[in-house]
Ligand binder design. Structure first.
Ligand SMILES: Cc1cc2nc3c(=O)[nH]c(=O)nc-3n(C[C@H](O)[C@H](O)[C@H](O)COP(=O)(O)O)c2cc1C
Ligand code: SF4
Length: 439
């Protein structure tokens, strides 16, 4: 950033670097599993139309959500279908998508999930695996606005992953990164957040191991230091390799930003191009999907990471207010501003901010109907932007018949779960039922 950059537009339009890649401005599409790939895991015309719409809208970097690195990851994914990186025959379809984004002169990174840990869906003969056998509990009052799980939900308890499986996942993850690079992705991001497999190692709350993967910060970081080292041996030092981390458990028995930053600094020694900061996890989802801008800065999470990692670019989440995001960058708290829901509601947000058209912005209302659709595994839509999720159809691509038929049922379900009254009744019924069964 030039020392003279003082206005919001000047700061947010300043170029910056991740490893060997220059990014033209500070706006980053945050990864979201809203891409509607084909049932068998290839990018679809809709995937491409969604991404190119955000590239045209002015984002400087796109990170695609939820790509799976392993066959296990694909089978146990809580959100279906996802884009796949677990076989070479996925490379041509991924390349078609990457080329379409590059036509807009915007780089694209692949988020890679090796396995979903305690958030995975188990099946006969395929238990979920995590650092330690700690299930995830989601429920009131730790849910985001407009999001209900009547009676709460505790996922099946995962098994402790063996060293043999850790090394197998590492090899498969490196192979997935090789495929992403071969498809032309400009960088990759490892997902170590939200109680997925890697994140379960980082906090003592979810890692009780007594082997070389548990205990000290070095040991809890080991699965990722080993994986990043192996990835670097595959892709070299210049290729962007980032890490997405939950940076604060926000739970009474959890870990805070200083402790997460200590672990991150150990992993970064192997060569991290950036760290994407994610607040909270599935058990503190109210912190993960806040309804206002800047809570991460209020919790001093970027500040703790900056102190521990002075030279590693940091991506901030949920800091969408233009003045606040420009101040955060000017003050050195972060380098890139990730936008998730705001870019569903208004793909043109970056252009509007940089061109001073603030009164034209369509603001996300944080009512989270997009998320309710995600948990019901139906195509995500945004009620503030009727074109979202339908960019290809609106551009003239024919809509698949199966999607058309589901609509009335979807609409009724999503509307019902968005009603505080209906869900309050469901919540009471669920808790009285569980009390009755205990008595
Ligand atoms: C519909 C939806 C899908 C998401 N899918 C992913 C995903 O695949 N991977 C991921 O790391 N985060 C995912 N997220 C989280 C976002 O990337 C982001 O961290 C979160 O929404 C907070 O940012 P925001 O305040 O800009 O929305 C998703 C969020 C939403 C709303
Ligand atoms: S549905 Fe649209 S407006 Fe509502 S929270 Fe999601 S992105 Fe924001």
């Amino acid at each position: 950033m030039s020392p003279e950059a003082t206005t919001v537009a000047e700061v947010l339009s300043s170029p910056w670097k991740i490893d060997g890649l220059t990014i033209k401005n500070r706006f980053v599409l945050s990864p979201m599993a809203v891409l509607q790939p084909t049932k068998d895991g290839h990018p679809s015309d809709q995937t491409i139309a969604f991404l190119t719409t955000r590239a045209r809208g002015g984002a400087g970097l796109l990170i695609i959500g939820g790509g799976v690195a392993t066959e296990r990851g694909n089978q146990e994914a809580p959100f279906q279908p996802l884009m796949r990186f677990d076989r070479d025959d996925f490379i041509p379809g991924l390349k078609r998508m990457v080329d379409a984004v590059h036509a807009h002169d915007v780089p694209i990174f692949a988020q890679i999930f090796p396995s979903f840990g305690a958030m995975g869906v188990p099946a006969e003969g395929r238990p979920t695996l995590a650092a330690s056998p700690k299930p995830v509990h989601m429920g009131a009052p730790r849910l985001p606005h407009g999001f209900y799980i009547p009676g709460g939900r505790t996922n099946p308890t995962p098994l402790e992953i063996t060293k043999e499986d850790i090394l197998k996942v590492q090899d498969q993850t490196v192979a997935a990164v090789r495929r992403a690079k071969a498809a032309g992705f400009d960088g990759i991001e490892l997902g170590a957040h939200m109680r997925y497999l890697y994140s379960s190692f980082l906090s003592p709350r979810t890692n009780w191991r007594i082997d070389e993967y548990g205990g000290s910060a070095e040991n809890r970081a080991r699965i990722l230091t080993d994986t990043v080292r192996a990835i670097r041996a595959e892709v070299g030092t210049d290729y962007p390799v980032g890490l997405r981390m939950s940076v604060n458990d926000h739970l009474p028995d959890g870990q805070g930003p200083e402790e997460f930053a200590e672990t991150a600094a150990i992993i970064a020694k192997e060569g991290l191009g950036y760290i994407a900061l994610t607040d909270g996890n599935y058990e503190s989802m109210d912190n993960n999907l806040p309804s206002s801008s800047g809570s991460m800065l209020e919790h001093a999470e970027p500040q703790a990471f900056r102190a521990a990692l002075p030279n590693t670019p940091l991506l901030l989440s949920s800091t969408y207010d233009p003045q606040q995001s420009a101040d955060a960058i000017a003050n050195g708290h972060g380098d890139g501003i990730m936008l998730a829901r705001q870019l569903l509601a208004d793909p043109e947000f970056p252009n509007k901010v940089l061109q001073g058209r603030l009164d034209e912005i369509v603001w996300c209302d944080h009512d989270n109907s997009c998320l309710r659709r995600l948990i019901f595994n139906v195509p995500v839509r945004c009620h503030k932007n009727p074109a979202m999720g339908r960019e290809a159809v609106l551009g003239g691509v024919k809509e698949p018949v199966s999607v058309k038929l589901k609509r009335p049922v979807e609409a009724a379900l999503i509307a019902a779960t968005g009603s505080p009254t209906l869900m309050g009744i469901a919540d009471k019924l669920a808790s009285s039922k569980s009390k009755a069964s205990k008595n």
